[in-house]
Every structure is written in C-alpha cells, then in structure tokens.
Design a binder for this molecule. Structure first.
Ligand SMILES: Cc1cc2nc3c(=O)[nH]c(=O)nc-3n(C[C@H](O)[C@H](O)[C@H](O)COP(=O)(O)O)c2cc1C
Length: 208
C-alpha cells in the first residue's frame, strides 16, 4: 500500500504532538522538560531546519545555564576537518560587555538586548579549515536554539579585520584565534514563519 507522503508526515506530527502533550501534563513546561521530548527524528530535524529564523528581538528572561550547556554541546558536535575541532566559545552574559559587542558594526546591535552572546572563535594554528568548521558549529548552535524554543541570529565578524580586532580587544582574545561571529541568544520577542527557500533553479543533476 502506498502511503501519501504528506499524509504520513501529518501522522508523524500528530503522534509527536500527542506524546509531547502527555509529557507536558506529566511535568512542567520548562526548557528542561522540553529537552526530554523525543519526537521522531525525521520530523524533528526537517521541521527545525525550516523553523530556524534569524531572531533579533528578545524578552528579558535569562537563558538558563542548562540551556547554555545544551547549545555548547550542540555546537561542539559539529563535523570538523580531520576532526581537529579548532573552535573556542566565549559565553558573554555581562551587560556592559554585551553593550560593547553591540557596537561591533551596524548590524550587531542585538547583542545588547540578548541575555547571552556566544562568541564563536576559530584557531588558525589548529586548522586551515577553521572557517568551515566553526561555521558548522554555528549552524548547530542556531538549530539547537530553535529546538529549545530560543531565538538567535548569526552576526558576522571575521570578514572585516577591523571588526574582528574590535571584538578581540573587548574580550581579550589572543592573536591567532579568529572571531567568526557573534550569536546573541534569548527568549524570542518576535516570531517568524518557517521557510524552506527551496529554489529549483539552484539545483543541477549530474553536472552543471
Ligand atoms: C555569514 C553570515 C553573516 C550574517 N551577519 C549578520 C549580521 O551581522 N547581522 C544580522 O542581523 N544578521 C546577520 N546574518 C543573518 C542573515 O541576515 C539571515 O540569515 C538572512 O537574512 C536570512 O534570514 P533567516 O536567517 O531568518 O533565514 C548573517 C548570516 C550569515 C550566514
């Protein structure tokens, strides 16, 4: 029997929703209990990837230490060239530092409002592929934030040496350690619809 794909996805979503509701009834709806949910993998991954959006407005609610740890674990689960893991992360919660990071460039102002900013660094002495590796880690961090119901945005730094130097000075980051980006994270105060951005014209099979 052929099961219609849309129908089967809907069934998966319904099942998961039902199980999540049951778990919510059993425990409180905290970030911790959300992490206990075990939705089916296929649904979780595809839905989260599409659900992730750049969130630039946050409430005053802090991000818990437990959630910060989950985000760092997700970031460090990323693939890296020769498994060199050239990343380091600076977790910035101190308001005065976040305010200074907000002044890195015109599109970094969100750092002042987010309760925590992850500064994603890459060690060029550890790997020539530090940009690729830390980018993979950053995407993992963004997806994990979405999974926890948090909002985040990638704020680029490293392509402008002046911006990188500015962040390096604010946080005392040594030479040789690059700053790929800043990722402000908080509880979202704006919502955006999921999207796929699928574009058939960008796809080429068996050659260009
Ligand atoms: C390398 C890179 C640098 C980015 N830099 C910034 C930035 O400095 N400030 C900002 O607000 N968003 C920044 N973004 C987020 C993009 O603006 C955003 O991903 C894009 O508009 C698509 O929106 P979406 O993330 O909601 O899909 C950056 C994204 C990437 C991948």
């Amino acid at each position: 029997m052929t099961i219609d794909r849309a129908e089967s996805c809907k069934t998966l979503a319904d099942d998961t929703q039902q199980r999540n509701l049951e778990m919510l009834r059993e425990g409180e709806a905290s970030a911790t209990s959300r992490r206990k949910f075990e939705p089916r993998e296929e649904e979780t991954m595809l839905d989260l990837i599409k659900k992730r959006r750049s969130i630039r407005q946050y409430t005053d609610e802090p991000v818990s230490d437990a959630d910060i740890k989950v985000l760092l674990e997700a970031a460090m689960a990323a693939p890296s060239s020769a498994d060199r893991r050239p990343w380091e992360f600076i977790v910035v919660r101190e308001k005065s530092l976040r305010q200074r990071l907000a002044q890195t460039h015109v599109w970094s102002h969100m750092c002042a409002d987010a309760p925590v900013v992850f500064v994603v660094c890459g060690d060029e002495r550890c790997s020539k592929a530090w940009v690729e590796d830390t980018s993979a880690a950053t995407e993992n961090l963004l997806l994990a934030a979405t999974a926890l119901g948090l909002g985040a945005v990638w704020v680029g730094v490293h392509r402008d040496p002046q911006n990188e130097e500015y962040v390096r000075k604010v946080l005392g980051i040594p030479q040789g350690l690059h700053v790929l980006c800043l990722v402000p994270v908080g509880h979202p105060a704006e919502s955006k619809p999921p999207h796929t951005k699928y574009d058939e014209s960008k796809v080429h099979y068996d050659g260009y």
